[in-house]
Design a protein around this ligand. Structure first.
Ligand SMILES: *[C@@H]1O[C@H](CO)[C@@H](O)[C@H](O)[C@H]1NC(C)=O
Ligand SMILES: *[C@@H]1O[C@H](CO)[C@@H](O)[C@H](O)[C@H]1NC(C)=O
Ligand SMILES: *[C@@H]1O[C@H](CO)[C@@H](O)[C@H](O)[C@H]1NC(C)=O
Ligand SMILES: *[C@@H]1O[C@H](CO)[C@@H](O)[C@H](O)[C@H]1NC(C)=O
Ligand SMILES: *[C@@H]1O[C@H](CO)[C@@H](O)[C@H](O)[C@H]1NC(C)=O
Ligand SMILES: *[C@@H]1O[C@H](CO)[C@@H](O)[C@H](O)[C@H]1NC(C)=O
Ligand SMILES: *[C@@H]1O[C@H](CO)[C@@H](O)[C@H](O)[C@H]1NC(C)=O
Ligand SMILES: *[C@@H]1O[C@H](CO)[C@@H](O)[C@H](O)[C@H]1NC(C)=O
Ligand SMILES: *[C@@H]1O[C@H](CO)[C@@H](O)[C@H](O)[C@H]1NC(C)=O
Ligand SMILES: *[C@@H]1O[C@H](CO)[C@@H](O)[C@H](O)[C@H]1NC(C)=O
Ligand SMILES: *[C@@H]1O[C@H](CO)[C@@H](O)[C@H](O)[C@H]1NC(C)=O
Ligand SMILES: *[C@@H]1O[C@H](CO)[C@@H](O)[C@H](O)[C@H]1NC(C)=O
Length: 356
């Protein structure tokens, strides 16, 4: 661990010279160790790094603060390849913003693992590594990134489990770990992230139950746990999340019945529960979630009859109950849903087949 935090100038100078002989030729770098870190990363083309009249603070996508220390790297409009670990982050202590996602023209193709040196960036507020080819695990030392507000590592190949230490990042407002190969359970410590607005863990290999502690995330607006291997019931504590607008739990193995507390979510606009193993009947309370525009309950084992209260959801534009075991007749109140553009009720045991 001491390796990661030590910043002896002797080491810095050695790095600078061992990396690239002409480091001294970079004209008037305000901070040589920072210049060497950028240079050694190999992320900038030689047309930039070889320009002796171009100080590193003026390299494309680099910004420096008033003291000449690198504080922003925003490489979304470049096609960078290579090993993410080639950047020695412990030499960039002022970095607040790092974005290596993609822009309008180019995609980056960074490989390798998330290096432990990244954990030294105590001022980092935004870390977006999404849409690269990063492998390995999310290191527990990310708990040191105490300023972090936005963490996006979506669409990589990160494996291992979600470190419980994530819960220490109290300033996080957005955490997107979607579309990786994360396994194991969701650590309940995630519920400590009281400022969270968005939690996206979709399209991973996560297992076990959805932690009921998530009911503590009072400010959360979007929860995406879709396309994993979650089992157990939908915790009724999610009914506490009165700021919630979008809940994506589709494509799991969730059982039990839909908790009536879902009806407490009066801000909820989209509810996706398709493709689970949900049984019981649809709770009439769902008719209280009157902000709903999309209600997708298809591909489950829901029985009983369709509650007429669904007719209270007059903002609905999409309703799917297809592929369940619903019986009885279709309640006439469904006719009150005048904004519906799509309605799927097929593959049930309903008395009348209706399609609009
Ligand atoms: C990164 O820099 C630190 C000094 O801050 C040094 O100790 C470490 O060996 C460097 N790591 C790599 C991979 O160059
Ligand atoms: C380079 O920047 C770091 C962090 O801002 C600082 O600690 C170090 O003293 C600077 N070095 C020089 C030579 O200015
Ligand atoms: C080097 O950078 C300067 C700006 O500092 C620019 O005017 C010049 O055209 C660049 N030279 C080359 C060869 O790209
Ligand atoms: C990174 O850049 C992309 C493209 O400009 C942008 O959509 C995204 O919001 C940025 N990420 C962060 C964390 O600011
Ligand atoms: C990336 O670099 C690190 C350290 O420099 C090295 O250990 C690792 O094998 C490299 N990974 C790849 C995929 O090149
Ligand atoms: C994280 O911070 C602690 C306490 O400041 C420190 O002891 C540890 O070495 C840091 N770890 C990393 C990987 O930076
Ligand atoms: C994370 O990045 C992806 C692009 O790779 C983007 O679609 C997604 O909206 C981002 N997440 C957040 C929370 O900004
Ligand atoms: C959340 O909901 C559960 C069960 O519905 C309840 O016992 C708990 O007190 C609620 N917690 C908060 C913080 O409102
Ligand atoms: C939440 O829903 C349950 C069941 O529908 C209900 O008994 C309870 O009063 C509701 N709580 C709040 C705070 O609205
Ligand atoms: C929610 O719906 C149920 C059943 O439809 C109803 O009895 C209850 O009064 C409603 N609760 C609120 C808070 O509107
Ligand atoms: C909701 O629907 C039920 C049954 O259709 C009806 O009795 C009730 O009055 C409705 N509640 C509201 C608040 O519209
Ligand atoms: C809803 O539908 C029922 C049955 O079709 C009807 O009696 C009622 O007036 C409708 N309510 C509204 C608010 O349109």
């Amino acid at each position: 661990m001491s390796i990661i935090c030590s910043t002896s100038l002797a080491v810095l100078i050695t790095i600078a010279f061992s990396c690239y002989d002409s480091i001294v030729a970079v004209a008037a770098p305000s901070n040589e160790s920072e210049a060497s870190a950028l240079l050694c990363s190999g992320w900038w083309p030689s047309s930039v790094t070889g320009n002796t009249t171009l100080p590193h603070c003026m390299w494309p996508a680099v910004s420096c603060d008033a003291s000449g220390s690198v504080n922003r790297i925003d490489l979304v409009e470049y096609k960078i390849r290579g090993n993410f670990s080639n950047m020695n982050f412990s030499l960039l202590p002022s970095l607040t913003y790092l974005n290596l996602s993609y822009g309008q023209l180019y995609y980056n193709e960074l490989t390798g693992e998330i290096p432990l040196q990244i954990c030294t960036l105590s001022r980092l507020t935004h870390l977006d590594l999404s849409h690269n080819f990063l492998t390995g695990e999310l290191p527990p030392c990310i708990q040191n990134l105490t300023s972090l507000q936005v963490l996006n590592i979506s669409s990589n190949q990160i494996n291992g489990s979600i470190p419980p230490e994530l819960g220490m990042l109290k300033r996080l407002t957005h955490v997107d770990l979607g579309s990786n190969a994360l396994s194991g359970a969701v650590p309940p410590t995630v519920a400590c992230l009281h400022n969270l607005r968005l939690l996206a863990f979709g399209s991973n290999e996560l297992v076990d139950s959805i932690p009921l502690e998530l009911g503590n995330l009072a400010k959360v607006k979007v929860v995406d746990l879709s396309d994993n291997y979650f089992t157990g019931p939908i915790p009724s504590s999610l009914g506490n999340l009165t700021s919630l607008t979008k809940l994506y739990l589709e494509g799991n193995r969730l059982g039990g019945s839909i908790p009536p507390e879902i009806g407490n979510l009066t801000s909820l606009t989209e509810l996706y529960l398709e493709g689970n193993r949900l049984g019981g009947s649809i709770p009439p309370e769902i008719g209280n979630s009157t902000s709903l525009t999309g209600l997708y309950l298809g591909g489950n084992r829901l029985g009983g009859s369709i509650p007429p209260e669904i007719g209270n959801l007059t903002s609905l534009t999409g309703l799917s109950l297809r592929g369940n075991q619903l019986g009885g007749s279709i309640p006439p109140e469904i006719g009150n849903l005048t904004s519906l553009t799509y309605l799927y009720l097929q593959e049930n045991k309903l008395d009348i087949f209706l399609r609009k």
